[in-house]
Design a protein around this ligand. Structure first.
Ligand code: ATP
Length: 245
């Protein structure tokens, strides 16, 4: 990935609204993601962050707006086809297939990304190299992993489909501090590999402490504050988050 490419948005959403019946949970959300950058979306519970991610990855229908990936309008592309086009999602709550082994979970990710069967072993070995603990536990059911290990598996499964854009919803939630650090280090290394990341996160200090390039505060379904992370203090972001209380 050259620096030139990094200046162009690889992913954008424009005027996106998402509703549950009559309840509009996300209003007119627009943002752009560039390769090798992290945009953090923060806001208190119920602000609409997860709803936005679900709408953008095709799990909820949009009420309005468009989603573009690598220049293509993917607004109506079914969720299960988006992975193969380069959109990876790590949903809230360490979503893994608990009864399947670590390896089987990763193979599902490879299939979602359209990998050929002949490439599976090579791809799996690359993932085990990046996540040694998953290599060690490859034959165990995901349910036997700790919460932090399951979160790493969820991230690795999304990576298996070779995303250029990764939407990650509260990856630190419920994890022991050592795994929070590991998850953030992992996201930083993915960013350095050129992946564009939209990170929903409650840990404002970590977000501003280096990982985020841009921060967006969401409140009651709307973006209420956005700026380069370097221009923001923890206080300003926290005030933005709690302004509506
Ligand atoms: P959290 O950090 O708690 O996940 P959030 O910012 O992700 O919060 P959402 O979960 O997107 O917020 O919720 C946004 C709004 O949509 C809230 O008012 C919530 O009550 C509502 N909502 C969420 N899921 C549903 C649903 N399945 N049906 C109806 N309303 C919902």
């Amino acid at each position: 990935m050259t620096d030139d490419n990094r200046d162009e948005p690889i992913f954008s959403i424009d005027q996106v609204s998402v509703a549950y019946g009559d309840l509009v949970a996300v209003w007119d959300a627009s943002l752009e993601l560039r390769p090798g950058s992290v945009t953090a979306l923060v806001g208190r519970n119920g602000a609409g962050k997860t709803t936005l991610i679900s709408g953008v990855c095709g799990l909820l229908p949009l009420r309005a707006g468009t989603v573009r990936l690598k220049g293509d309008d993917i607004t109506t592309v079914p969720a299960y086809h988006r992975a193969a086009r380069g959109l990876g999602v790590v949903q809230e709550g360490k979503r893994v297939f608990r009864e399947l082994t670590v390896r089987e979970n990763l193979v599902l990710g490879l299939r979602a990304g359209g990998a050929r069967r002949s490439a599976f072993e090579g791809e799996l070995n690359a993932l085990y190299e990046r996540f040694p603990i998953l290599g060690e536990k490859r034959g165990q059911p995901a349910a036997a992993l700790s919460g932090g290990q399951q979160q790493l598996l969820a991230i690795a499964s999304a990576l298996a489909s070779k995303p250029v854009v990764l939407l990650v919803d509260e990856p630190s939630s419920g994890l022991a501090p050592v795994f929070v650090d590991l998850v953030f280090e992992t996201l930083e290394s993915l960013r350095d590999d050129g992946i564009a990341i939209l990170l929903v996160e409650q840990l404002v200090e970590q977000v501003l402490g280096g990982i985020a390039d841009e921060v967006i505060v969401m409140e009651r379904g709307r973006f209420t504050l956005r700026d380069a992370a370097k221009n923001l203090t923890v206080d300003q972001v926290a005030k933005g988050i709690y302004a509506g209380l």
